[in-house]
Write a protein that binds this ligand. Structure first.
Ligand code: HEM
Length: 476
């Protein structure tokens, strides 16, 4: 367990590296000695190439697919140095479910410099308490419908505004604006400096540093530090406004997640549940919840566009859902499940998180009772890739086929105590964005590089599609 999560800290005390520190350090080194400056430049160059390569490998996935297919065939639990890679679905799931034997904090803490968050807590009892606290702020009976309305509204108005052009960016015009609105209306966090584009960039930067650590002093690193400072300031203002009863458009509006957590905090609670906890957890949710949905949606749409039959089927399922939403049989729920399963299948070919990482704190055995059983010594880092698991023929028969599969078999949201907290939001947003797109006649990839997913670090920043111009695209 990371001790820091029990400490009370003032948000203004949080160590936020000054953006200019690295630049100052670099220039003072170069003034000191030209050889040192050259060595420093070479180090920066090597680090930035490594960063680019990691972002590429984690986003384009063809290299990982080949490596995992070979490993699964020849050595399904392969050790290289102190790294163990498991490529069978059974073992990937085992690693994710064994919370105490395979821990997360060491590998993820550097990517979460705003302070302890659910994912950095390795003490099972405390993790469960903090997760339950967060969960207690969610009111499924009303929240799911509210999130769906926000997502559908934003899609309708954005597509409506661009209908005449016959061209829309799935990332910048749809998925990002949906998430910025959800953070505002549902979480209670307004766009940074009132600027939706800046907030979208902050979502990308913060998700980006969790996935791939950028070199210190690089633009991605500097941006992420600026975002944390901006978010911390903004959250403090929100806290004050909530306390003064002035926040949220109207006092009659349902309270946001932030408002609910602050009320619970006022009411009493454990010592660790203070305002700084709320700041850290909201920052964590923005980091884990914004660009992740955007990345998953863009990558799923990309895979549907890649396959004519799969795209046609998605349009069919979407049409059925339209009818069900108008009150015609069958019911809405099975129609949503069918479209969601199709989205999960698309995402299987380009998962949002292709790899998950754990560390082994003490000697243990993995795959016990199978011919693949192996001793895992303390100190081993384990790579448990959902990408490998979802192409294991034992769990996903005929893995190269795009087809219907049991929805609970997918690895997209993890398993066990660390399964995704935000799945309820992701499921709705992905479905609403894909549903809105599938209604568009003549939907296709834009020509050239615009029609491919492009990335800012590991977070997508664009995927342009075209459709028959002039349609409303908003019918429901
Ligand atoms: C399609 C979008 C998403 C995908 C594919 C996804 C995937 C995942 C996965 C695989 C894990 C487990 C990580 C592990 O075991 O190491 C996870 C955990 C988590 N996710 Fe998501 N996620 C998504 C969206 C979200 C959203 C929208 C939020 C919040 C707003 C969120 C918050 C979290 C949190 C807090 C955890 C850590 C849970 C814990 O440690 O107990 N995620 N997610």
């Amino acid at each position: 367990m990371n001790e820091g999560s029990l400490e009370t800290a003032n948000p203004s005390d949080v160590e936020m590296p000054d953006s200019s520190t690295a630049a100052r350090h670099a220039s003072s080194t170069s003034r000191a000695n030209p050889l040192e400056a050259l060595a420093e430049s070479l180090r920066h160059f090597r680090q930035s190439q490594q960063y680019r390569l990691s972002c590429y490998v984690l986003s384009h996935l063809w290299i990982l697919k080949i490596v995992f297919a070979v490993l699964r065939a020849v050595r399904p639990a392969m050790r290289v140095g102190n790294v163990l890679v498991v490529t069978k679905a059974r073992e990937v799931r085992e690693v994710l479910e064994r919370f105490d034997d395979f821990v997360l904090s060491d590998s993820i803490t550097p990517g979460m410099p705003w302070g302890p968050f659910l994912m950095t807590v390795d003490w099972r009892g405390q993790h469960d308490r903090e997760r339950a606290m967060l969960q207690s702020a969610v009111e499924p009976a009303t929240d799911l419908a509210a999130i769906r309305i926000i997502a559908a509204d934003v899609c309708r108005s954005r597509i409506g505004a661009l209908a005449a052009t016959g061209r829309i960016d799935v990332v910048a015009d749809l998925a990002e604006p949906v998430m910025v609105r959800i953070f505002h209306d549902y979480f209670g966090v307004a766009p940074l400096a009132g600027d939706e584009k800046l907030m979208a960039r902050a979502m990308r930067d913060l998700a980006g540093i969790i996935m791939v650590d950028p070199p210190v002093g690089s633009q991605a690193w500097l941006n992420s530090r600026d975002d944390m400072v901006g978010l911390t300031r903004q959250l403090k203002e929100h806290f004050e406004a909530e306390k003064a009863g002035a926040n949220h458009a109207s006092r009659n509006s349902p309270p946001t997640l932030l408002g609910r957590l602050l009320r619970r905090h006022d009411a009493s609670g454990p010592a660790w549940f203070d305002e700084d906890w709320i700041r850290r957890y909201l920052t964590g949710l923005i980091a884990t919840g914004g660009a992740t949905i955007v990345r998953a949606t863009a990558q799923a749409v990309d895979q549907l566009l890649e396959r004519h039959d799969a795209l046609q089927r998605a349009r069919e399922l979407s049409g059925r859902l339209d009818l069900a939403e108008q009150g015609r049989p069958p019911d809405v729920a099975p129609c949503r499940d069918a479209l969601r399963q199709w989205i999960y299948e698309a995402l299987r070919f380009r998962p949002m998180l292709p790899l998950l990482v754990r560390d082994c704190p003490r000697d243990t055995i993995i795959a016990n009772g199978t011919p693949r059983a192996r001793l895992v010594p303390a100190g081993t880092r384990i790579i448990a890739p959902p990408l490998a698991a979802m192409f294991d023929a034992d769990a996903f028969p005929d893995p190269s086929a795009f087809r219907e599969r049991p929805i609970e078999s997918y690895f997209h949201f993890g398993f066990g105590p660390r399964r995704c907290f935000g799945k309820y939001i992701a499921d709705i947003v992905m479905l609403e964005v894909v549903h809105a797109l599938m209604r568009l006649q003549g939907l296709a990839r834009a020509e050239g590089s615009a029609g491919q997913v492009s990335y800012d670090g590991p977070a997508p920043c664009s995927l342009v599609v075209t459709f028959e111009a002039g349609q409303a695209g908003t019918a429901q």
